[in-house]
Design a protein around this ligand. Structure first.
Ligand SMILES: [Zn+2]
Length: 202
């Protein structure tokens, strides 16, 4: 069984939280890059209407983007499946977990908290998915950045945009199955590309 699954979380939270520990540490140690900052500036100017991410590292927020749509959730919040109380990653309980592995518990009902990320066996967060779906069907232009478009069902979003006859630009180093359908393919480093695009709007 996959450790990053709902079953492991529910039946063996110790193994689940042992697995999460190094991942959480590396995500918190990560810093937003120049592409994250460029996207945040373009979003703040209204040039980019919506940022959708499948990453759980909340680096877009840390770069200043307000409310990106996180279709796989993120490790910014930990929530109680029972009573829906949630705590932020900066809460003392998460600090203790990072320090000594103590499993975070719901402050209200004392159940084990679940990181607000999509695990195997789980559906994508419905609100985020609906927002992403609606943004992609209404957009004039969808730009897929830094993704090889291999993760289902998020990879359906650019296809959806194409079906609604919006333009698709793909900016990733690897080739993707939608390269032929895209209006433009930018097989270059995302940091170089987005620094240039942002500079053009400065
Ligand atoms: Zn609770």
């Amino acid at each position: 069984m996959k450790v990053a699954s709902l079953t492991t979380f529910q039946t063996d939270p110790a193994s689940f939280y042992a697995w999460l520990h190094p991942l959480m540490q590396s995500i918190l140690a990560a810093k937003p890059n120049k592409a994250h900052f460029a996207l945040a500036k373009l979003a703040a100017k209204g040039i980019i209407k919506t940022i959708i991410t499948q990453n759980i590292d909340f680096l877009h927020q840390r770069a200043g983007t307000i409310d990106p749509i996180e279709v796989h959730g993120s490790l910014e919040q930990f929530e109680c499946i029972q009573c829906h109380t949630s705590i932020n990653y900066q809460d003392d309980q998460i600090k203790r977990y990072l320090l000594n592995g103590a499993i975070p518990k719901c402050p209200d009902c004392k159940r084990v908290l679940k990181p607000a990320i999509t695990l195997f066996e789980e559906m994508l967060p419905i609100n985020a998915w609906e927002k992403a779906y609606s943004a992609c069907t209404q957009a004039d232009l969808v730009i897929a950045v830094g993704t090889s478009l291999e993760v289902y069902p998020v990879n359906l979003l650019p296809e959806l945009a194409l079906k609604q006859s919006s333009n698709l630009i793909i900016n990733t180093l690897s080739s993707t199955h939608l390269d032929k359908a895209a209006a433009v393919v930018l097989p270059y480093d995302v940091i170089q590309v987005w620094q240039k695009i942002q500079a053009a709007f400065d």
